[in-house]
Design a protein. Sequence first.
Length: 157
Amino acid sequence: MRPIPITILLLTCSNVFMTFAWYAHLKELSQKPWIIAALVSWGIAFFEYVLQVPANRIGFTVLSVAQLKILQEVITLSVFVPFAFFYLKEPLKLDYLWAGLCILGAVYFIFFAAVGVVPEPRRAAAWLERSCWRGVGFVPKGGVVVGGSPQGCPTAL
């Protein structure tokens, strides 16, 4: 199997454990002392890390740290919203949509330079120029950049 699907699968499974570790105690252990909830959560979190650490190591072979982080945030929201709605019985709110749109924007800005997708050339060129000048340009592992230098800065648009 390829690294990105494996990474997504492992991070999704990891996130299920993480979400339960962070929030299930609010429903299941609300009458117990906080220390009991913390210990149970730590026990659940162990399984999160058993999946998350290999996921990040595999993903890091083809993605930058920033791309891994944004991927993690997409998966986190994708796991959390159904969890909150179905398990915790929280109402579905527009806040989730707005958060998702913000994360979608982050996905765009972290991943678009890696695949050479550049909308509105003037704005994108100005943003990339500022980003590269500050050393913020991101490159996928292996330094493969479409239309740019190995540092992730475009040579021409």
